[in-house]
Design a protein around this ligand. Sequence first.
Ligand SMILES: Nc1ncnc2c1ncn2[C@@H]1O[C@H](COP(=O)(O)OP(=O)(O)OP(=O)(O)O)[C@@H](O)[C@H]1O
Ligand SMILES: [Mg+2]
Length: 259
Amino acid sequence: MARKIVITSGKGGVGKTTLTASLGYKLARLGMRVALVDMDLGLNNLDVTMGIENRIVFDLLDVVEGRCRVKQALIQHEELLNLYIMPNCHFERKTITAHGLKEVIGKMSELFDFILLDCPAGVDIGFHRSVVCADEAIVVTTPHITSIRDSDKVAGILKTYELNAIYSVVNRLRGDLVASGEMVDAYEIFDMLKLKPLGIIPESDNINLYNLSDLDGASGYPYEVLAGNLLDGTGTMLDCTQRYSGFIGRIRRNLKRNA
Ligand SMILES: Nc1ncnc2c1ncn2[C@@H]1O[C@H](COP(=O)(O)OP(=O)(O)OP(=O)(O)O)[C@@H](O)[C@H]1O
Ligand SMILES: [Mg+2]
């Protein structure tokens, strides 16, 4: 049976879809059978983000409404054959129930080790429909006050569901700004949210999910650490500030500031 994990945030645009795709890729690289599910019935973008929009024949709603079977809608990654995407290219349908979605995700559970659910922003019906399908949740937060505040609200709501674990990921952390005291540290955010720390992802200059194999290089390392934490329960955290500490670090900070 798969571990079903919803990736959520409250605030939009903080990196849920990016994390879903990158973490899924790393879990698949570690030999897991992984499905990424686009739960955004209104503003889907997992397919576009991953460059598979031209390969879609059926989607999640076709499965829920009985027009096709799960395996007909799943799209296999071209290189990593144990990674699949369940797209969603319909507009919002009022008739779709959380129960219908939960049943389909339940069926998928027999085929995979991990199902990552890319949740829509906000805390309305789309959020609810995604969370009821999951048994664990990851709350993505950026080091900005609006994102932290929304994540805190979402964490409070998630605690009212019967989830086995609620994790916290800090995304887009800038080691240079943390080292100079201009950005809040990830550990302060973990303390504020009081969720299980799962990982820290630094701000990156080159995110290209069209070509997920880019993640086999250095830019993918933070996601690899996260995948390892999910698998073995260790809380290994990336140190984004090390490069910017001490005398040489101060020079690097100044160079980055003037870049
Ligand atoms: N670690 C990172 N470093 C730099 N840019 C990032 C990082 N993570 C995400 N981004 C960028 O932030 C933007 C929003 O990311 P993404 O689409 O994953 O967010 P989202 O939370 O899924 O948004 P939505 O709420 O609209 O679904 C994208 O342009 C993405 O490339
Ligand atoms: Mg998204």
